[in-house]
Ligand binder design. Structure first.
Ligand SMILES: Cc1cc2nc3c(=O)[nH]c(=O)nc-3n(C[C@H](O)[C@H](O)[C@H](O)COP(=O)(O)OP(=O)(O)OC[C@H]3O[C@@H](n4cnc5c(N)ncnc54)[C@H](O)[C@@H]3O)c2cc1C
Length: 576
């Protein structure tokens, strides 16, 4: 049999089993200009940035694309009203520019405007204060396609949000931000990097650094699926591992220029019909803000902000975290939520900069880039919204270590996969609905997940109509999407599909258990699983859900962590 190779051009973004094998060979054979560690949004963004500047790039991820913080955020592309209040104008301006670029040019299929109400609770002074802030917010990012602020009386605000108690506000201001499915967006950035020639591989963990005298010249990697190891040569290595930054810096034997501390943020997901409202809410809490965000047929409510020093891969939400969210949101709701309303819960870790000096700790909401040793650059901090800018900064720093001139970043002109042609296909929505025999709402949903790649997802359903049926017990998704997750999106395990390619694990009260068998069976047909593998996949997913539920009944982090980490890892060769 011919050795698998990575095709040139668009087909390279098809992350199937052949691609995976070919990528392994390339990792061992090529001399890369840049090796990027970690396929969260920052690493995926850096790989795309570098590939589109003409560099040869490898992107390696220990687990799944976006399996760290980048699938566990509030999912907002926003300037951050809170940062405006903290006078972080540079950060807010940059983030607002990125929001505009994403919603209009780079990822209009994935990043969508969302209206928010800012409820006013004080008469007289608060409205002009908020109006001045929002006037800045509406303009400081330059031209904006989102509607500007609109002032509402109490009665008008309650018409927009009837689920809010009338004694919880004296009026409101409506403003706009944007949102995306973070895991899907990060995956799309990684696939776009592959489209431009980056060698992209999940389940590939960096276990060490290769040195030549004082310089890092490569990494050793281990395949988390089968335990194979090899060395990857690099002109420069970029550490984009978020809350794992210190771990990687320590592995390099060097003392990093900054440290990263993890802060846990928890969200709960409740059905859309439990709260009547046509906009999101931003609510002040004692220390921060609480968002109530419309999310498809659901609301996301978050978040908490507490130090976390336990397992980084599986941060556990506690009953305390959930009670905090319920207690705060219930202060403004006509029909208070209870624990039984919760469909899903997720916890993520903010990678916050914790410098050893005043200078770096002052940067805690910004990002930092540092040369750890020659040939190794670390980047961390920042926020999801500004990933493209972070990626460009990291690659700028990396090319200082390369012996040739490299073009400036051009990712502000490179639409993500599915973005090109998206508007045209939106206009063809009714024709697409007829062609595939699906309801226009369904086509709209699929378009907003895959953009102009929609035909790659749905065409197999013209040959095998069962693929155009919905997933049993998870009718927001089609079976064709499950197939596509394996054939094009690099899903290797049941949990990859249930938690990140789809969001079934947080969108349905059964958390994916009710459809685990059907989905595993379709995945197994494509990936060649025998019945023992199939049982292991389903068993470990169910154990993961049980452990998460159990951890959410404990009140303190230590107890929750103990229960959560007892669940088995489906990637067998993760430890060194
Ligand atoms: C609760 C919460 C809400 C948030 N909400 C927002 C928001 O609404 N808007 C916003 O702009 N920002 C938000 N953020 C911030 C944003 O999510 C993060 O800044 C961003 O996702 C960090 O991305 P990253 O790529 O740096 O890290 P990660 O996504 O964690 O990626 C790091 C990757 O490195 C991999 N890795 C680790 N070790 C290795 C190794 N040895 N070999 C290979 N790979 C390795 C990990 O598996 C992981 O996938 C939020 C954060 C949290 C926690």
């Amino acid at each position: 049999m011919d050795k698998p190779t990575i095709p040139k051009g668009g087909a390279a973004s098809r992350l199937d089993a052949n691609y995976r094998e070919a990528a392994w060979s390339r990792l061992g054979e090529d001399e890369f200009d840049l090796v990027v560690i970690g396929a969260g949004v920052v690493g995926a963004g850096a790989a795309l940035d570098a590939a589109t500047r003409g560099l040869s790039v490898a992107l390696v991820e220990a687990r799944d694309f976006a399996s760290g913080t980048s699938s566990r955020s509030s999912k907002l592309f926003h300037g951050g009203l809170r940062y405006l209040e903290q006078l972080e104008f540079g950060l807010v301006r940059e983030a607002l520019r990125e929001r505009e670029l994403m919603t209009t040019r780079l990822a209009p299929h994935l990043v969508k405007p969302v209206p928010f109400l800012y409820p006013l609770t004080h008469r007289l002074w608060e409205r002009p204060y908020v109006a001045a802030g929002l006037a800045l917010y509406d303009t400081m990012g330059g031209q904006s396609s989102l509607p500007g602020q609109k002032h509402l009386s109490r009665r008008a605000a309650l018409r927009v949000f009837p689920g809010m108690r009338d004694d919880a506000l004296v009026g409101a201001v409506r403003y706009f931000d944007a949102q995306a499915d973070d895991a899907r967006h990060t995956l799309t950035v990684a696939r776009t990097a592959a489209r431009y020639g980056a060698v992209v591989r999940a389940s590939t963990r960096v276990t060490g650094f290769v040195r030549e005298s004082d310089r890092v010249v490569g990494v050793t990697v281990r395949d988390a699926e089968d335990g194979r190891t090899q060395t990857v040569s690099a002109g420069v290595v970029l550490n984009c591992t978020g809350v794992w930054t210190d771990e990687l810096q320590a592995l390099s034997g060097a003392r990093g220029r900054f440290r990263v501390r993890a802060s846990k943020g928890v969200h709960i997901v409740v059905p859309r019909d439990r709260i009547t409202g046509d906009a999101g809410l931003i609510l002040r809490t004692d220390h921060s803000v609480l968002f109530v965000i419309p999310w498809k047929n659901h609301w996301l409510i978050g978040t908490t902000d507490t130090d976390w020093n336990l397992d980084l891969a599986h941060p556990a939400a506690t009953r305390n975290d959930i009670d905090y969210l319920l207690e705060h949101v219930n202060t403004v709701l006509v029909a208070p939520l209870t624990y039984d309303d919760i469909e899903g819960v997720y916890a993520g870790l903010r990678p916050l900069l914790a410098g050893e000096s005043e200078e770096t700790s002052a940067l805690s909401r910004e990002h930092a880039v540092a040369r750890v040793v020659p040939g190794l650059i670390s980047i961390a901090g920042g926020k999801y919204t500004t990933y493209r800018v972070m990626a460009a900064d990291a690659v700028d720093a990396a090319i200082d270590d390369l012996p040739r001139r490299v073009a400036p970043s051009c990712t502000d002109k490179v639409p993500l996969l599915g973005g090109d042609g998206y508007y045209a296909m939106r206009n063809q929505l009714l024709a697409l609905a007829t062609e595939y025999g699906l309801h226009p709402h369904r086509i709209s949903h699929v378009l907003d997940r895959y953009g102009s790649m929609i035909r790659d997802v749905l065409d197999p359903g013209l040959v095998e109509p069962a693929l155009l049926e919905t997933v049993p017990s998870a009718p927001d998704y089609l079976m064709a999407e499950i197939r596509y997750a394996v054939t094009h999106e690099g899903a290797l395990h049941l949990e990859d599909v249930l938690t990140r390619r789809t969001r079934i694990s947080i969108e349905y009260p059964h958390r994916g258990v009710a459809c685990a068998g059907v989905i595993a069976s379709m995945m197994g047909d494509i990936l060649g699983w025998d019945s023992a593998t199939l049982d292991t996949e389903v068993g470990s997913y169910v154990a993961r859900v049980d452990a998460e539920r159990d951890s959410q009944s404990h009140y303190d982090d230590e107890a929750a962590d103990k229960v959560r980490t007892a669940a088995p890892e489906v990637r067998t060769y993760l430890s060194a």
